[in-house]
Design a protein around this ligand. Sequence first.
Ligand SMILES: Cc1ncc(COP(=O)(O)O)c(C=O)c1O
Length: 442
Amino acid sequence: MKEMFKNDTPINYEVVTRKVKEMGLASVGKASIREIKRLIDLIEQETGDRFIRMEMGIPGLAAPEIGINAEIEALRNGVAAIYPDIDGTPELKREISRFVKNFLDIDVNPASCIPTVGSMQGSFASFLTLSRMTPGRDTTLFIDPGFPVHKQQHKVLGQKFESFDVYDYRGEKLRDKLESYFAKGNIHSVLYSNPNNPSWICFTDDELRIIGELASKYNVVICEDLAYFGMDFRKDYSKPGVPPFQPTVAKYTDNYILFISSSKVFSYAGQRIGMMVISDKLFNCRCEALKPHFNTDIFGRAMIFGTVYALSSGTSHSAQYALAAMLKAVNDGEFNFIENVKVYGEKAQIMKKLFTDNGFRIVYDTDIDKPIADGFYFTISYPGYTGEQLIEELVYYGISAISLAITGSGRTEGLRACVSLVHPDQFPALEERLKKFYAHNS
Ligand SMILES: Cc1ncc(COP(=O)(O)O)c(C=O)c1O
């Protein structure tokens, strides 16, 4: 920042510089999401100034009463004292199966629908099981950009992964790129999120078809992370049993595991409950290599009675009642879960405009030929800045975000902005701060 502007930043220059130093961060731009959160907490406490907080993907809405009431009732009925079945309560399994039929238009047996301790446990359990399925296949492929914690899971497990940024491989180009990895023979599975955290790109049906066809051809399992289920608001995916349906790879291959988080779509992050939906074919498939680890060669049994048993012995009993009640209401057409979260898209539309009006660019800006949707996240850059430099700078303007560099994105000039915690009453402050940043930088 130029010397002459140091007296003119929205947040006190001296305090920000001191707090960064005290945190001992080598660089704000390289800090993890939680480190940035702590830094901003400390600056807010000392200055009393409220930041435009866009660093963390936390739901900004209240959890639905339907879930809360069902959970309280279950607790009053005594479920806290009882171990849940490892693979979930029958009622919940049935509602998950109905949910994927109603909103993805796919048929999955309730037996293959398993609640997990957040969708993070579902992915952890899957990587653990999938990596033992076929000798020689020891590597996960990430279609990036992505959620950094999935890579953290690999590091914790000591497992291998490869990745590429999909930015330059949209559409038909995805085929050759994926095939170049699959042909090597070491990939057991692929993980991506759709809609994508952090870029909010949404794969088209053509792209999902390519992924599905190659998964079947090379016998690679597709782990599709639907943490933002239905939240591509360009289409209305909210009516049970009625098209359009949330696009999914499950339409194009029977070699898949879906992770459906309840954290964002049901604002139920605190109770740590998600859904793992395994295709019936994969659930029942037999793999000799599983036996030494799991005492069974059946994939679904290895997953439940091997991995999930060993990790947590199931998922919180009362939270299962909450999720079952919310899903039942949604499946019965009594609760429009997508209407509830549309506000994220409305905020994104306004916030993106405030940024682009003030010299910023949207980094991941299209789904091939269509402008990107407005949703939970968007990506920004400013000419002349790397993402790292931009975060360092924006902190002085009371704006926080994370660098795309930590998400596996090749677009190192970019930042991820999350809309959920920004209240509309902060839009004037955001505009004022962005105007100042623009003035200082043009
Ligand atoms: C892409 C993605 N997957 C998974 C998760 C975590 O989901 P859960 O809270 O169900 O563990 C998140 C949360 O931010 C996410 O963005």
